[in-house]
Design a protein around this ligand. Structure first.
Ligand SMILES: [Mg+2]
Length: 367
């Protein structure tokens, strides 16, 4: 079904985080969310919405630079143009400007939302290879906190029904062994424990030693042990440790994934539209990973419910995401003081409820 874009609008939105749960990692601290909301309108007045989770320490993007690109490059490029399919827009953006994956994703996401709404359907039913599951188990990210605060956050999450805890590791000055030991001693064997080093281990030997020191606490997977641009090093670490490796920062694009599969650098893949530079790319990469026999999970960059709607859609609708086996980073309502959408996306007993409406099923409160 073809559509014509008649209006492209972007607006900067600020969101408030619970200050006692902010995410601190080996990359830095995420204590403020200043994002960009994008609205595309078609010739029938249908609107599609997207969010760019612009976090300068993660992707080098800021809301202000995103706004400038939308107003000066994207809007003139898309306004008045006809498209047969939402995935036809991304190649134009990729040709028009380098980088800025989260911004590209917000436009691409809005196009998918609009296209599905025109058909009176949810995106999940249009793209899925299974009936979208009703809810998706989430894991909570515990930042690089002291032993006491790690324990506080672990207990809070466990009591909220979250069964997988992801602990950020590799920050100098913190004793990760003591942190994981404290969590296991308090909560026992039941929680699924994973760690995310965000690329903190700078040599192969350092990564192997750090991982092996934590294996006694029964880790289900280790996320991004080596720096994002050291894909070969991650492959060598994977060979040496007896725990699955989840690739995150090393794999933004389909090209990165191809490279990583070629050198056997991962067991699992973290996907989400912002990092992948589009929902379109996430779909493509989920298929590539599945064909290579790798499972996918949803990662995050602290999206609000608006961005999270597209993330839960992927996890719920695609068999590439074995959601009951591996929980995803869908934790918006644990970290923000209020939802960004109507309806809000509900987190119930540690599971994110898949939105049911047309498109991605949510409308931003700020647009
Ligand atoms: Mg990660």
């Amino acid at each position: 079904m073809s559509f014509q874009i008649t209006r492209v609008k972007a607006r900067i939105a600020n969101y408030t985080l619970h200050q006692n749960r902010i995410i601190i990692t080996s990359i830095g601290k995420h204590d403020a969310s200043r994002y960009l909301n994008v609205t595309l309108t078609d010739e029938q007045g249908t609107q599609g919405y997207g969010e760019a989770a612009t976090v300068i320490i993660w992707s080098g993007e800021a809301a202000e630079t995103g706004l400038w690109i939308v107003e000066n490059i994207v809007a003139p490029l898309l306004k008045g143009s006809h498209f047969d399919h939402p995935s036809d827009i991304l190649p134009l953006l990729e040709k028009a400007f380098q980088g800025n994956p989260f911004l590209k994703a917000s436009i691409d996401m809005a196009a998918w939302d609009l296209w599905a709404k025109r058909q009176g359907k949810s995106v999940g039913t249009l793209i899925g290879d299974r009936e979208p599951v009703e809810s998706v188990p989430t894991r909570f990210s515990i930042g690089a906190y002291s032993v006491e605060d790690t324990l506080r956050l672990a207990v809070e999450s466990w009591e909220a029904g979250i069964r997988t805890l992801k602990i950020k590791t590799g920050v100098p000055g913190l004793d990760d062994v003591a942190r994981l030991k404290a969590v296991r001693e308090r909560l026992g064997d039941e929680p699924v424990l994973t760690i995310d080093a965000n690329g903190a281990y700078h040599t192969e030997d350092q990564a192997v030693a750090a991982i092996e020191a934590l294996l006694p606490f029964n880790l289900t997977l280790v996320e991004q042990p080596t720096p994002r641009d050291r894909i070969g090093m991650m492959a060598r670490v994977k060979q040496r440790v007896d725990v699955p490796i989840l690739a995150d920062e090393s794999i933004f694009t389909p090209g990165h994934l191809e490279e990583a599969l070629d050198c056997d650098a991962l067991d699992l893949l973290s996907l989400y539209p912002g990092k992948n530079g589009g929902f379109t790319n996430s779909l493509k990469m989920a298929k590539m990973a599945q064909q290579a026999g790798k499972h996918c999970v949803i990662g995050s960059n602290m999206e609000t419910d608006l961005g999270q709607a597209a993330m839960v859609c992927l996890a719920a609708s695609l068999t590439a995401f074995p959601v009951e086996q591996y929980a995803s980073d869908l934790m918006t309502s644990m970290i923000y003081t209020a939802s960004s959408t109507t309806p809000p996306i509900e987190l119930k007993n540690g599971r994110l409820v898949t939105p049911q409406g047309d498109g991605f099923g949510v409308v931003p409160l700020q647009m």
